[in-house]
Write a protein that binds this ligand. Sequence first.
Ligand SMILES: [Zn+2]
Length: 336
Amino acid sequence: MPELPEVEVTRLSFASRIANAQVREIHVGKPLRWPLGVGLAGGAAEAVNALEGAQVQGVRRRGKYLLVDLVSSARPSLLIIHLGMSGSLRFDKNLPPAGKHDHFSMQTTHGELRLHDPRRFGAVIFAYSENESWPRKLLAGLGVEPLTDDFRPDAFHIALRARSAPIKQVLLAGDIVVGVGNIYASEALFLAGIRPTLAANKLSKPRTAKLHAAIVRVLQAAVNLGGSTLRDFSSAAGEGGYFQLQANVYGREGQACRLCGSQVKMIRQGQRSTFYCASCQNNLRTTDAIELQNQTLFNCTVASTSTNTSSEGSMRETCTTVLTTPSGQNKMRTRL
Ligand SMILES: [Zn+2]
């Protein structure tokens, strides 16, 4: 399932290229999770009519929703896009002919925006404003954005104090902070040295601050690396992640913890797999658990040798590789 970093990488890969484009034609394929014209009196026909001829103003992201702002005859509107379980967007001129899993297409003067979604849990919804009932239903309950200044340690601590559920599940719920999905929740809790089963209201202020920092670092690192390539993923420019990311704990049940060598454990929490190291994530330990500054996020190896010439150079930033020397000491190496 595309998570926040993948959605943000998707946004970065086409937002500047589609800005100011004029919509020429809309094509809707097989039904998606919700229809294009959901909530509109005139249904899909009204949406298509409003879209064609409209001008794209920009692309924002809220949680895992992409919001394409448009204006037509001075009337604002927006497209709300969700990638569901298996969706991906392409945006380019001269895309190959649409395949059987391409279920939405918007031809513009700058290129075609196309949703590829084999499982069809994704959606593209038209609305005139975020305040209409459908957009509100999707967006109003979302927590703060973790990669903005709105995400603050103090407010995070206050919000967690009101929750007695395990911290991992509180993070996944997304109503305090959005975008900390299953992989990133496990990784952030590992970095912060916090057991995933700990009740959220038991986190001290210093440990909450540590978790806050870990969430920001994990998500920002994944965005910088072009989205997590733990699964297949490609941006709207058709590029896969540039590095093969290897998580510290996620998907590593039974393997040695990269930090202490203990076996990584896997448990089920609310139908989802949680991975953690019982030694590093010990609830009895306090703020000295792990020093974030010295902690490695992901081990990275170059997955593709192709010379990517993305129009969004910011997607390619540094990737820190840990090399373990025979003496067992970690050497840090930075590569582009
Ligand atoms: Zn460990």
